[in-house]
Write a protein of this length. Structure first.
Length: 271
């Protein structure tokens, strides 16, 4: 059962003073009746709703420091508990462990979680475009979607770290902007893979060959035509003449690809 904070204790005492039954007060605050009974007995004995003095080691952080710890991690969810412990210890000349910091954060509802990842790094204009696309097609039926072929290519890095980064957030804030780790997918050794998907069929995956670092060694329009359009996309559209192809707008060879495709006479319609 939850504990009553200082404000709720005063409110509960006010209701009890007015003659409200103890079980009704307990139901109103969502606590066990024994909690209200002990609160009332303590108030009659001491005239206060504060907790009685307890034995044992006192907390090493004050309430003000606890609030500062909480605010630090709300402002910067990627700030580590170890770094916060060093900051707090430097201001008070007493050591504070990272475990203590983690406990204070959990007390206030913040938990260590892996951040949500978003790739590629999107500009505000790109996010607006995706939102508008979703709004425009929100009420489309499956019959309208069944003739759309979605295609995209993605680079899969093989040398990145394992991504064991922790942030401090509330359980329902996974996709809050401050809790998302943006990463650039174009760095490091990698392979480029193309794929397509529609309602009843999947194309690919196709691994691009003979590409590498350096200008002109990536996915050029010519490589795209030779390795994707001719062997996969053109045969598909020859069999499905009423299909439309939706290509991700961040493909850098998009305009050159469209021109090259038309020059080759490919039956491809790009949005």
């Amino acid at each position: 059962m939850p504990r009553l904070n200082a404000t709720d204790r005063e409110r509960a005492i006010g209701q009890l003073t007015l003659g409200t039954p103890q079980y009704e007060v307990a139901n109103a605050f969502g606590v066990h009746p024994s909690t209200i009974i002990r609160l009332w007995q303590r108030y009659l004995q001491t005239g206060s709703t504060n907790d009685l003095t307890r034995s044992g080691r006192p907390r090493v952080t004050t309430e003000r420091e606890n609030r500062a710890i909480y605010r630090q991690h709300v402002r910067d969810p990627f700030h580590t508990a170890a770094a916060t412990a060093i900051d707090v210890a430097g201001n008070r000349n007493r050591p504070v462990s990272s475990r203590t910091v983690r406990r204070r954060l959990v007390d206030r509802g913040l938990h260590g979680r892996r951040p949500a990842k978003r790739a590629p790094v999107l500009t505000a204009h790109a996010r607006l475009g995706r939102y508008q696309f979703a709004q425009q097609h929100l009420n489309c039926t499956w019959r309208q979607w069944q003739n759309i072929l979605f295609t995209d290519e993605s680079r899969f890095c093989v040398s990145n770290a394992d991504g064991r980064i922790r942030i401090w957030r509330r359980d329902y804030q996974r996709y809050a902007p401050n809790n998302i780790l943006e990463w650039d997918r174009w760095g490091g050794p990698s392979v480029m893979i193309w794929g397509g998907i529609c309602l009843h069929e999947v194309l690919g995956p196709i691994i691009f060959q003979n590409i590498g670092p350096g200008r002109g060694n990536g996915v050029t329009a010519e490589r795209y035509i030779d390795q994707v359009l001719r062997p996969a996309v053109v045969p598909f559209f020859n069999q499905h003449r009423n299909f439309t192809r939706q290509q991700a707008s961040h493909c850098q060879t998009y305009s050159r690809l469209s021109a090259a495709s038309q020059h080759q006479g490919d039956a491809v319609a790009c949005l």
